[in-house]
Design a protein around this ligand. Structure first.
Ligand code: BGC
Length: 415
């Protein structure tokens, strides 16, 4: 596919990338809230993350794979709990490791895109109340400031949070009242282990208790990042599924309001909106409608529906008036031919959006590696690259080369 030339950049006209998060790939993220939650009883995690993909040690190999595929962007998360393992105590060595990742990206012609917090927070932060306490925003902004001072120079784009509306997604699209008592008991067990009265995880907290502070944290962190060094766009990343209303008096509008809350307005005041889309959700006047009986389902339990990307890009651009970075698009499947088909269909949607004049700046596929899929453990395969769980040997799948070929063609055509 050929995309129009937009702006001079050492990385070309369009960012073709793949993404990963720290906790899901690095392994042994011992100081994070999620590591603790994986190990208490009861827990909602089907298995612990353990070594994950050992990207903590094998990041150079990962970056080489991205470069060899022909992609020009790598979106990765940095782990707050490694960088600030105790309040106010910042690790120069851990920051150096992320700096080496960025240097390697630059050497290989890959644009580094940073996520400051991909769902995880330090254990100490959760134990003092997480984002339920007002000064949490200042602590997050302080971390963002320290990180940017060390890493900002070569960063190409960033989002403070991955999917700032994640708590809303859980409540709106994945309501599971039976899970709440288990989550509460898990968090109580975490608090006990920490010897604290509470334990609040970003991933499991309730919207009403955290959202005002999350918005404040997002704004303050954006300001801290903008102070530099580096001069790159900072956006709002959102989980955005294609909400389709069916029939009269359908509840699509209410579901959309409930999924996004204040975050579309926040994105309208940011440099860009980061669109992260996986499927569609159909809603009638009663509520959610199951996928059609003959629908193909992915390993993640939802409908295979790559067309969702086009609608969410259009919705995001219209509602915010901002450039769109597709920061995640992907499919969980063990049948790689379905991933190839998914990529083609999603890119077709993206190309139509660009042809209609929408300013889309990236396509970043989730994920580089088969990795730790949160409470589902290692049972879902989102990766372009297979990872052997004991040797950590990486084997790119045909879909990885397929995406790389799209990128090469597009980047060469724009030269
Ligand atoms: C998250 C990833 C997750 C992926 C697939 C995204 O919403 O950012 O951490 O692995 O979805 O479920």
């Amino acid at each position: 596919m050929t995309l129009p030339v937009r702006q001079p950049s050492p990385y070309g006209h369009f960012l073709w990338g793949t993404a990963i998060s720290g906790h899901q790939s690095e392994g042994n993220n011992l100081n994070s809230d999620i590591w603790l939650a994986e190990h208490v009883q009861p827990t909602v995690f089907s298995q612990p993350s353990r070594d994950a993909c050992d990207s903590y040690h094998r990041y150079a190999e990962d970056i080489s794979i991205v470069a060899d595929l022909g992609l020009n962007c790598y979106r990765f998360g940095i782990e707050w709990s490694r960088i600030e393992p105790e309040p106010g105590q910042f690790s120069a060595a851990e920051l150096d490791r992320y700096a080496r990742m960025i240097d390697l990206c630059v050497e290989r012609g890959i644009a580094p895109m940073l996520t400051y917090s991909h769902f995880t927070v330090p254990r100490w932060f959760a134990a003092r109340g997480g984002f339920e306490v007002p000064d949490s925003a200042d602590l997050f902004a302080r971390y963002a400031e320290v990180v940017t001072r060390r890493l900002g120079e070569h960063v190409v784009a960033a989002t403070p949070f991955n999917e700032a509306n994640i708590q809303r997604l859980m409540r709106t699209l994945l309501p599971n009242p039976a899970a709440r008592p288990v989550i509460d008991a898990m968090l109580a067990a975490c608090a006990k282990q920490c010897g604290s009265a509470r334990f609040s995880s970003l991933l499991f907290a309730e919207v009403e208790k955290t959202e005002a502070h999350l918005v404040d944290a997002h704004r303050k962190a954006t300001q801290a990042i903008k102070a530099g060094p580096g001069n790159f766009p900072v956006g709002v990343s959102l989980t955005m599924q294609d909400i389709q209303g069916i029939g009269e008096n359908n509840l699509a509008g209410a579901v959309i309001d409930s999924l996004y809350g204040p975050w579309l307005d926040e994105a309208a005041n940011a440099d860009f909106i980061g669109v992260q889309t996986y499927t569609r959700v159909r809603v009638d006047a009663q509520g959610h409608v199951s996928p059609p009986a003959d629908a193909e389902m992915t390993e993640a339990g939802y409908e295979y529906y790559p067309q969702a990307l086009g609608s969410t890009i259009r919705f995001a651009a219209k509602r915010t008036g901002k450039p769109v970075y597709v920061t995640e698009s992907g499919i969980a499947t063990s049948h790689d031919t379905r991933r190839v088909a998914f990529i083609d269909a999603a890119l077709n949607e993206l190309q139509n959006c660009i042809a209609d004049g929408i300013d889309v700046k990236s396509y970043i596929h989730w994920s580089l590696l088969d990795n730790f899929e949160w409470s589902s453990g290692y049972s879902q395969h989102f990766g372009l690259v297979e990872v052997d769980p004991t040797t950590f040997r990486r084997t790119p799948k045909p879909s990885a080369h397929h995406l790389g070929a799209h990128a090469r063609r597009s980047l060469e055509a724009a030269r």
